[in-house]
Design a protein around this ligand. Structure first.
Ligand code: A3P
Length: 882
């Protein structure tokens, strides 16, 4: 179609001018006016979407795959290199990375790649002593990476011997990077190896060795033509049969010669089969500035770990098109765009079996475009069965703005009716929310309404746990709705034209050709992308992007792409990553993006400022009760099931969500200076509690009370007995603590629940992995019992409570009770109930002796820990250790 340009006829001006000499001045003015008008009108048409829509052909994917001559057709490339080994491997699937410094650039990239590919790793700084490499005759690492291979070569004799011995014995391999050097080496020998390097090369063109056993994700056969980034490449030379090139390149300064034979090939990545010294290695002559090295690095990790650290070769793709019918007038899809969408879908389907675009619609905006765009709406609906569809909000509003579930449900019902009227299928079980609103942070009524009206089972977001860094995005399941992580393809609602792509068209191409978008496919087995209606009209950037990246993946990798409907896709995701099923709640107020999609009715500070974590039977109720006497310290509302304890972070309550937890705390008013806290004594030894507590309350103070673990175990046993626990009633304390592995299950369970919390050092270390010592206060439970006022006064200082109160006159020792009790306003005393400070016979000396030995190593570790934290050793610990 050709644009009707504005009629500006310069001949008319010329005629007019020549006809009347005296009117020259007038003529000049008219000419000037015409020129100005022409420029204004022309610039209007060239800058508006009108011009683009009519005149410009949307850009077509120009990417050329050299090894697939027939172009954009399905290619099947066999994968020869499985990497798995029949040998019995005795190492954990983990990588040990030796960094040059904590902040080195290449090291940062290595860690990022390992994180993005979900590979477990540990970092050490080169030059320090070696970390333990084995654990109970099992190797701790499958692959050892040296950011600077020189550091490996220059290791002191002893460490080098240990490391090499480890690699040989446990079949672990080494990856090394040879850094740029200030001086240029030509043919320098790597100390102790029959391998020679030359440095500081400028290279061009990149070839892969199809017979290299390293290549797995990387598809051999393709060649990268052009100059390589960075001018400091190291190349390798050897005659030893242990070595084999993985890649080659050629010197940049080499003048183009007719005969290819004259151009030398230089080895840029080399594999060592281990025939020389029994250790397999891959050495890189440069870092990750050249994109292909990221892929080769993953392949090297896979090869050297004997397939233990291999990424799967299958990739699943879902492309959502949001805003169907919603786009602004003038930017929406016209009939030609819909045809192009159908055509590209078919093309992609050839390469990605089962591929369908997934269309999210808001019926309210149907037929709200130009006449042509409305026609586009109708053609889209006429072809509804060719696409997948998912429901959106009827008026595309953010769900977190609704506090009333009926209104939210009404929105969804209207969209449902629209779908039914137009024959759109409504059973995909998938939905997303505008701007991710309500998905995370969770707006509970969205989940409820989704289930009720649309029977939603799957959704996706970029916001869990945070938008950035993207490599940390994960999935979770809440209220039976599977939330998939969503990847970013770099297209947003405002990306209409190629030449106005932020940073230029090159930037988009770079992301496709070995950049961010390409690597998302490499790292993530399941990729869900969000695009928008406007990316399919105008320059159809989404079609360009996906067609191109899929072609690029086909050229350079052995990845098999396919598509599954959303529910199956989500099920696959959680089969692959079952550990992600349980959510982690982070504080919405600490992330600007989360805060923007969090209901304004929810208050940021409706959360505790400190946690009393236990363990049980150390005096936690006394501390909780006494603290509540403070005018500004406010505890949670009681729970119907667990009384004063909320027990949120340790059990199934956690899955009830953040709103559930926050409702246990009063909404702080602007004027109140309340200092909220929560006490749940089972938090201390809960495996997941520190990580969960830290995710939500990173700035909280943590308070724990310790008494002799023997005394604690005995008090706990008496507590269970008083509650008529079957096993506690049946078995004596000595029988419980000495129960063997063959004992009845109820006895073994009771034993571990009785003794495990007393392994104080181990539990404290877990808390200290998340909270710094400055946020942790350890109270001596004997001091709390004998002089609670001192403890409470010290605690106030630690918590930095603004209005300090002296507890000395607020607590009084009551001899009948044998404990301190609260002083009431009437000057009488109020003690804790009969379940606290029970009377029972002293612990059986045999059990005492047994437990002293049982807790010995843990108590030694505790005393070391306290010394490290510069805290005094309590008397009971000295006694238990004596
Ligand atoms: P016993 O009942 O075995 O003596 P928790 O509240 O963490 O379950 O701990 C209960 C223990 O707190 C009691 O165990 C008791 O020894 C101790 N305690 C400390 N100070 C107390 C107080 N002022 N009143 C009652 N019990 C107190």
């Amino acid at each position: 179609m050709v644009v009707e340009r504005p009629a500006i006829n310069h001949d008319t001006i010329r005629l007019f001018c020549s006809a009347s000499q005296p009117a020259i001045k007038l003529c000049l003015v008219a000419a000037l006016l015409f020129s100005v008008m022409s420029m204004v009108i022309l610039s209007y048409y060239t800058s508006s979407s009108y011009w683009h829509g009519f005149v410009r052909e949307p850009p077509q994917p120009s990417f050329q795959c050299h090894s697939i001559k027939e172009g954009f057709t399905k290619t099947k490339v066999g994968i020869n290199n499985i990497h798995t080994s029949s040998e019995k491997l005795r190492f954990d699937p983990k990588v040990l990375v030796f960094l040059e410094t904590q902040y080195s650039r290449l090291g940062k990239h290595i860690c990022e790649i390992l994180e993005a590919s979900r590979t477990k790793y540990k970092v050490e700084i080169s030059g320090k002593s070696l970390p333990p490499l084995t654990n109970h005759d099992k190797g701790k690492y499958a692959v050892i990476v040296f950011e600077n291979y020189e550091k490996y070569l220059a290791m002191n004799k002893w460490n080098r011997h240990l490391l090499d011995k480890y690699c040989k014995e446990y079949n672990a391999g080494i990856i090394g990077f040879l850094h740029s050097k200030e001086e240029t080496f030509i043919g320098a020998q790597l100390s102790g190896f029959p391998l020679f390097i030359s440095t500081n090369h400028q290279l061009q063109d990149y070839y892969l060795n199809p017979s290299s056993s390293v290549l797995r994700l990387t598809r051999a056969g393709e060649v990268y033509y052009g100059a390589l980034p960075s001018g400091d490449w190291t190349v390798f030379k050897t005659n030893d049969s242990s070595y084999e090139p993985v890649t080659w390149s050629r010197p940049q300064q080499f003048a183009p010669v007719n005969s290819d034979d004259l151009i030398p090939f230089l080895t840029t990545v080399i594999q060592d089969h281990g025939r020389f010294d029994g250790i397999q290695r891959v050495l890189f002559g440069n870092g990750f500035e050249f994109w292909l090295h990221k892929l080769l690095f993953l392949d090297s990790v896979s090869w050297l770990s004997h397939g233990k650290l291999s990424l799967p070769l299958y990739r699943y793709l879902q492309v959502d098109i949001d805003d169907i019918f919603v786009g602004e007038k003038g930017t929406r899809m016209k009939p030609v765009d819909v045809q192009a969408l159908l055509h590209t879908q078919e093309q992609i389907n050839n390469l990605v079996p089962g591929f369908r675009f997934n269309l999210g619609f808001s019926g309210k905006f149907y037929h709200r475009g130009t006449e042509e765009e409305n026609e586009g709406d109708d053609i889209l609906l006429a072809h509804h069965s060719k696409f997948w569809w998912f429901c959106h909000m009827w008026s595309h509003t953010k769900p977190h703005l609704y506090d009333n579930i009926s209104v939210l449900e009404m929105e969804m019902t209207m969209n449902l009716q629209f779908a039914q009227t137009h024959g759109i299928k409504t059973d995909s079980g998938y939905s997303v929310a505008p701007h991710h609103s309500g998905i995370y942070p969770v707006h509970e009524i969205l989940y409820q309404a989704w289930k009720h009206i649309w029977n939603i089972r799957v959704t996706a977001t970029e916001e869990y746990p945070h938008l950035r860094p993207a490599r940390y995005r994960r999935g979770f399941i809440h209220r039976n709705i599977m939330v998939l992580p969503r990847q970013t393809c770099g297209l947003y609602t405002h990306n209409l034209f190629m030449d106005r792509y932020p940073g230029g068209a090159d930037r988009l191409d770079k992301s496709i050709e070995g950049g961010d978008l390409f690597h998302q496919f490499v790292y993530n087995p399941i990729n869900v992308f969000m695009t928008h209606l406007s990316n399919y009209g105008n320059d159809r950037l989404a079609l360009y992007t996906f067609e191109s990246v899929i072609k690029f993946i086909q050229c350079w990798t052995n990845l098999h792409l396919s598509t599954l409907p959303p529910i199956q896709l989500a099920e696959k995701y959680f089969q692959m990553f079952p550990e992600e099923s349980n959510p982690v709640w982070v504080n919405p107020c600490l992330d600007k993006r989360h805060l923007a999609i969090w209901s304004s009715k929810k208050a940021c500070n409706q959360l505790p400022k400190f946690l009393v974590i236990g363990p049980q039977k150390t005096g936690t109720t006394a501390l909780y009760t006494f603290l509540s006497m403070h005018p500004v310290i406010v505890s949670n509302h009681p729970s119907g099931e667990t009384f004063e304890e909320v027990q949120f972070f340790n059990g199934n309550n956690y899955f009830k969500g953040l709103d559930w937890y926050m409702n246990f705390f009063p909404i702080p008013t602007n004027s109140s200076s309340s200092y909220m806290f929560e006490k749940s004594a089972t938090y201390f030894d809960g495996e997941l509690v520190p990580v969960r507590a830290h995710a939500l309350l990173p700035h909280a103070k943590i308070v724990t009370i310790l008494i002799s673990p023997i005394k604690r175990a005995y008090s706990w046993y008496q507590h269970m007995k008083a509650h008529e626990d079957h096993a506690a009633v049946k078995y004596a304390f000595y029988e419980v603590v000495t129960a063997s592995d063959n004992a009845p299950k109820i006895l073994r369970d009771l034993k571990s629940r009785c003794l495990n919390p007393g392994l104080y050092a181990q539990h404290l270390e877990r808390w200290l992995a998340f909270y710094p010592p400055s946020q942790l206060m350890i109270i001596d439970g004997e001091e709390l019992k004998g002089d609670p006022a001192i403890v409470l006064n010290r605690l106030q200082q630690f918590l930095k409570i603004p209005s300090f109160i002296d507890f000395t006159n607020k607590l009084r020792y009551v001899p009948q009770k044998g404990f301190y009790c609260q002083v009431t306003q009437q000057n009488s005393t109020k003690c804790l109930g009969h379940t606290k400070g029970r009377h029972y016979p002293p612990v059986d000396p045999l059990a005492q002796k047994f437990l002293k030995a049982f807790y010995l190593s843990s108590n030694i570790a505790l005393s070391k820990l306290l010394t490290r934290l510069r805290l005094p050793i309590p008397q009971w610990l000295e006694d238990d250790l004596s």
